[in-house]
Design a protein around this ligand. Structure first.
Ligand code: FE2
Ligand code: FE2
Length: 203
């Protein structure tokens, strides 16, 4: 078992690091990594669009998320270009166990505010986890160009994670945001543990 450094444990508040096997990059093809990554960016863009459609009355949210749609779509295009450059093809989208397992924790019968908060926190969590994985890719890929490629993604996803938390705190009492965020982190850690035991690769 790889030793988990304090920094890895604490990155963005996530309770567990990505299963180290996920970073066993020698056994994963670059085509698979880039394909999964491409869909991850595409989903990030569509998620922001859905939030804008659903919460059009929240001016700050609309203003802040509109450029993120462009940015995430730009990320998708960068990954597509990388595939093309390497004569690789965009494969099929795979079932996203990680995201599917996060969903049931959302409050379905709570107040509008509670449901809104959960939507923002789920996206914050997905961004934080992407950021953590890109960090692993950046450190684990034996190629200076790709390592830098992933470091840039890591930085931008870290910014998105912060933005979702900030948006939550704009509309909802900070204490409530913090309490619910801790619950999400604990729940997410359980998912990571479960996926790890099953030996799944996440994304
Ligand atoms: Fe992105
Ligand atoms: Fe993002």
């Amino acid at each position: 078992m790889e030793e988990v450094t304090e920094y890895q444990k604490n990155i963005l508040g996530l309770h567990l690091p990505t299963d180290p096997r996920w970073a066993d990059l020698a056994n994963i093809s670059l085509e698979e990594i880039l394909t999964d990554h491409a869909y991850c960016e595409q989903k990030a863009a569509t998620s922001c669009i859905s939030l804008i459609q659903r919460y059009s009355e929240k001016e700050k949210l609309v203003t802040e998320l509109a450029p993120i749609v462009t940015e995430e779509w730009g990320h998708f295009r960068l990954v597509l270009a990388e595939l093309k450059k390497r004569n690789l093809t965009l494969g099929k989208q795979r079932k996203d166990d990680y995201v599917n397992k996060l969903m049931p924790f959302q409050k379905k019968d709570g107040s509008d505010d509670e449901r809104f908060l959960d939507k923002l926190l789920i996206f914050a969590l997905i961004e934080a986890r992407s950021c953590e994985r890109f960090k692993r890719l950046s450190e684990g890929l034996n190629d200076a160009y790709l390592s830098n490629f992933y470091r840039r993604f890591m930085e931008s996803e870290a910014g998105h994670y912060t933005l979702f938390i900030e948006l939550a705190e704009t509309y909802i009492n900070k204490e409530r945001v913090r309490t619910r965020w801790q619950q999400w982190l604990a729940y997410e850690a359980g998912i990571m543990k479960e996926l790890e035991t099953r030996g799944d690769r996440i994304h």
